[in-house]
Design a protein around this ligand. Structure first.
Ligand code: 5AD
Ligand code: SF4
Length: 456
């Protein structure tokens, strides 16, 4: 029995942590689960039995933020039901909506006990304790470094995220990140390496170095001088046990020659790159404050492909930025055709209060945005499906990450980040094995282990 069982033993408390949005939020959510774990909260996937519920929120687009409030409405009902049974429930709103809206969240939804920003979640135990007296808000950027106050990571899979850089100084005209996550800060090299070594000792085979603008990384090296992402990647590649390194997300203007060279020279650096371009129109790129042109992006991709010809490219696109005309949108389609992205994310422009683009009067109508998004997505999808179909018959090294969808199967990723399912025993989880692709579905590939001997 989970709660007071009458025997006088301390009941096991449970925490439900749900994350929205980007990979950094996923990392933060896992670390919040670690913080709560160190306080005796076991993780649960079932929200009705949770003593603490954490929503790690995303503020990037309006819909993402609105989702939080509808989820909170449901949680309030749950909290009332549990209170009626004599069970305490603490509701925590963390992440970027917490940072952006602070106490307004509790004004809109009084069932929320704690609002905590992305830089303060190491203080969660203290905030939860204080919330028994009154509702608490902590959206500071504290002087202490949260990473120094986080407990050891508990659940480790074959692949892990590692935050190396936070915040963004780019101020793209549509984006809330520079406001919610603050200025760019890089963790020192030694701290990143220490965390990476612990991950590798714990069985992690692949590390994705994450940051809002990770290729602006400039953490202090052993002599205090700043070190760039390329050098950091090289240092992480030397850690015994690690087979694969990735990084995300990047801005084209911070892509230096050293990083391009690293793609040619570091075998562990995987041939996959997510490099958002947002638009193909120079006029819109300028209005977005991206500070690069479509051709500058094309030239950069040429150089990256020269260094690593098989690199798979991914990107982000926004359609309907204020003032975007049919001709501007045609430029985006032209860029997509020229580059041939293997995968991509595309979004309708969403007005974010407080960003420069929000004040513009030439907003594009919803129906125009919807039509442009559909056209862009059809083009991107056709290329993605062709890429996946072309994988059939090829053999890839697959990092096996978890059990597959069906019994007897496992699931993993190719170097190009394609998801593959195949028949194999669970002891392969954590290994890199050669797999021949048999069939290409729309979202996943099905394969066959090339040989048991080779997979040892
Ligand atoms: N509207 C639509 N998409 C946005 N993004 C960021 N801000 C907005 C916005 N206001 C997209 C960008 C970015 C990705 C993470 O989200 O494409 O690269
Ligand atoms: Fe936002 Fe631009 Fe910074 Fe990316 S580079 S986080 S889109 S401001």
């Amino acid at each position: 029995m989970d709660h007071a069982d009458g025997s006088g033993r301390r009941a096991l408390k449970k925490a439900y942590v749900k994350s929205y949005g980007c990979q950094m939020n996923a990392y933060d959510a896992a670390r919040m689960a670690d913080v709560l774990g160190a306080e005796g909260y076991a993780p649960t996937d079932s929200v009705d039995e949770a003593d603490v519920v954490v929503l790690n929120t995303c503020h990037i687009r309006e819909r993402a933020a609105e989702k939080v409030y509808s989820e909170l409405g449901r949680l309030r009902v749950l909290k009332n039901e549990r209170t009626a049974k004599g069970l305490d429930t603490r509701i925590v709103v963390a992440g970027c909506v917490a940072q952006a809206e602070g106490a307004e969240i509790q004004a809109r939804q009084p069932a929320v006990d704690v609002v905590v920003g992305p830089q303060s979640y190491h203080r969660l135990p203290d905030l939860l304790a204080r919330s028994r007296e009154r509702r608490v808000v902590d959206t500071e950027f504290p002087v202490e470094d949260k990473f120094d106050h986080l407990p050891r990571r508990r659940t480790l899979g074959a692949s892990a995220f590692l935050t190396v850089q936070e915040g963004c100084d780019k101020f793209c005209a549509f984006c809330v990140v520079p406001y919610t996550r603050g200025a760019e800060v890089s963790r020192p090299v030694a701290k990143v390496l220490a965390e990476a070594e612990k991950l590798a000792e714990g069985g992690v085979r692949e590390i994705t170095l994450i940051g809002q603008n990770v290729n602006a990384y400039h953490g202090a090296g052993s002599d205090g001088a700043p070190v760039g992402l390329a050098e950091l990647v090289q240092a992480v590649a030397k850690i015994p046990g690690l087979a694969r390194i990735r990084y995300t997300t990047s801005h084209p203007n911070d892509f230096d020659d050293a990083l391009i060279r690293a793609h040619a020279e570091v075998p562990a650096l995987m041939p996959y790159l997510h490099l958002p371009v947002q638009s193909g129109s120079d006029r819109i790129l300028a209005a977005m404050n991206r500070k690069h042109t479509g051709d500058a992006y094309r030239r950069l991709i040429d150089r990256i492909r020269a260094a690593r010809p098989d690199i798979a490219l991914s990107s982000d696109f926004i359609v309907g930025f204020p003032g975007e005309t049919d001709a501007d949108f045609a430029e985006t389609l032209r860029l997509v055709r020229d580059i041939g992205f293997e995968s991509a994310f595309s979004f309708k422009y969403s007005t974010r209060p407080g960003t420069p683009a929000a004040d513009r009067t030439d907003q594009v109508t919803e129906s125009v945005m919807a039509a442009r998004l559909a056209e862009l997505q059809a083009l991107l999808d056709s290329r993605r499906y062709a890429y996946q179909r072309a994988a059939a018959g090829q053999v890839f090294d697959v990092l096996v990450e978890k059990p597959g969808r069906y019994p007897g199967q496992v699931a993993g990723k190719t170097p190009h980040l394609l998801a593959v399912q195949f028949d194999a025993a669970p002891h392969h989880i954590g290994s890199v094995v050669p797999v021949r692709i048999i069939e290409a579905g729309t979202n996943s590939l099905f394969g066959q282990l090339v040989s048991e001997a080779a997979a040892a």
